[in-house]
Design a protein around this ligand. Structure first.
Ligand code: HEM
Length: 138
């Protein structure tokens, strides 16, 4: 059984809260409050991983197992997924670099900006997907 509209709306509300948190986290970095920024981003992405595991990944696998070829919807679903994974992968990389597990890059700025941009793009597409599935947007 797929998610209900209630679960999808709950997820959407969580996603909006998380992105407001991430934008707040970015302003902390721009004000050079790096340790608070780092902690906030870790908590937010930790929560995001839970939501991905509980709601979004099972739902994605349902769409993929009922695959009927490429459509605008499916392409948007894939792009949403890819950008979300890029944000997650960058977060993992940033944490591994900060903890010395992998070699740190010379500068973090572009990794950080790319993580934020990917997160925003993924959410934008996610909002569109929600509208398409539940509100009849075309
Ligand atoms: C997906 C999660 C994250 C996002 C979206 C993000 C976003 C950002 C942004 C937008 C900046 C400002 C870059 C600029 O314009 O100069 C920044 C800087 C920074 N962030 Fe993150 N961040 C994330 C995770 C983390 C984590 C987990 C840590 C700590 C382990 C961290 C530590 C820092 C530091 C130290 C800076 C300053 C980097 C520099 O100026 O070279 N960030 N981050």
């Amino acid at each position: 059984m797929g998610v209900t509209k209630g679960v999808a709306t709950f997820n959407l509300v969580i996603q909006v809260i998380l992105i407001v948190g991430a934008l707040t986290g970015a302003t902390l970095a721009w004000k050079h409050k790096f340790s608070r920024h780092c902690l906030l981003m870790r908590v937010l992405m930790g929560a995001q991983i839970l939501v991905i595991g509980i709601i979004m990944a099972p739902q994605l696998s349902r769409y993929v197992s009922h695959w009927h070829g490429f459509s605008t919807f499916n392409v948007e679903l894939i792009i949403h997924h890819v950008f979300g994974l890029i944000a997650l992968a960058l977060w993992i990389y940033i944490n591994l670099a900060f903890t010395g597990v992998v070699k740190a890059p010379r500068r973090y700025r572009w990794y950080m900006r790319s993580a934020l941009a990917s997160w925003l793009i993924s959410l934008g597409l996610g909002i569109y997907l929600y509208g398409h599935i539940w509100q009849g947007w075309r």
